[in-house]
Design a binder for this molecule. Structure first.
Ligand code: PHE
Ligand code: ZN
Ligand code: ZN
Ligand code: ZN
Length: 298
């Protein structure tokens, strides 16, 4: 709403959020012009020099998109090991680290596994659609399952950004003890976290840290319905600390992924060593849980 004595305007654009200021003043620079309609442009011109409150609204377009689900023919169908990654990117960029890396690792793991491995538990892959629009694909998938079908999923492993160029090495904090928000919030599985921590230490010499289950990726709905979850992550917009740079290499004071959600998230935006290590972690965890999930659910 406009402040007293001011004039209100609604600008339809592709960016959300209110902008307050005087047109023609410094705040004007914050108003994106691409996509502003002619009518809104005329409205803006008429308001020149006055104090206004502008409301930017997103123009949304309905589209249908698809998850891709694949499952082994072998293994128990009532004790499924599920792994997932999102296929989509933000509209601003190509999304190679976010999330070409997780999807590439998962696809290669699926190809190496083949359709009929000697597995005790069935392995199911979920390549999610529309994660960036609010976890749409994975949420839809979990919610359209019957309660029985949800119970048939023993655990869910998520891989969203596993080759960040200034990589951190994180497992989702299932024991809820070592992430930034230790002791609070939703959590997944301590046993799954330990599986990743132990493998990365023993096989790669890398000491993982916990990353909070913030609800920012596709594990969200799995946890919400009580399915144990975990996964690997190399970090997004948060800055690497000096202690982490000393431990893992890379640059302190710089984001794990400086190109997060930007046009520069291209093929150059991948730490291939991190991607290699984490891809092996994907395959390892799959092998562990396809053999047995007893460590998780007895
Ligand atoms: N889900 C986020 C994205 O796709 C990335 C992310 C994952 C951020 C996990 C924080 C924690 O942009
Ligand atoms: Zn993203
Ligand atoms: Zn992502
Ligand atoms: Zn932890």
């Amino acid at each position: 709403a406009a402040a007293a004595g001011a004039v209100g305007a609604v600008i339809y654009n592709n960016t959300d959020g209110p902008v307050n200021g005087t047109l023609g003043g410094p705040e004007n620079a914050r108003i994106p012009t691409g996509g502003v309609t002619a009518a809104a442009g005329a409205q803006l011109a008429a308001l020149g020099g006055q104090n206004v409150t502008l409301e930017l609204r997103t123009i949304q377009e309905a589209r249908t998109s698809y998850n891709v689900i694949a499952e082994t023919k072998t293994g128990r169908k009532d004790n499924v090991v599920m792994l997932g990654s999102h296929l989509d990117s933000v509209t601003d960029g190509p999304g190679i680290n976010d999330n070409g890396t997780g999807s590439a690792a998962l696809l290669e793991t699926a190809l190496q596994l083949g359709s009929t491995p000697k597995a005790n538990n069935a392995v199911r892959f979920g390549f999610w659609s529309a994660e960036e629009f609010g976890l749409v694909g994975s949420t839809y998938y979990v919610d359209q399952l019957s309660f029985e079908q949800q119970l048939d999923i023993a655990l869910y492993l998520n891989f969203d950004m596993i080759g960040s160029p200034n990589a951190g090495y994180f497992a989702y904090d299932g024991d809820n003890s070592d992430g930034v928000g230790a002791g609070a919030g939703p959590y997944g599985s301590a046993q799954i976290e330990k599986t990743f921590v132990d493998f990365m230490q023993a096989a790669k010499g890398v000491a993982l840290e916990g990353s909070d289950f913030t609800g920012r990726s596709d594990y969200g709905e799995f946890i919400a319905v009580g399915i144990p979850a975990g996964g690997l992550f190399t970090g997004a917009e948060v800055l690497k600390t000096p202690a982490q740079a000393a431990k893992w290499g890379g640059t302190a004071g710089v984001a794990y992924d400086p190109c997060y959600h930007q046009p520069c998230d291209n093929l150059g935006n991948v730490d291939r060593v991190a991607l290699e290590r984490n891809s092996d972690g994907v395959a390892w965890a799959l092998g562990v849980y396809a053999t047995s999930t007893e460590s998780i659910n007895g």
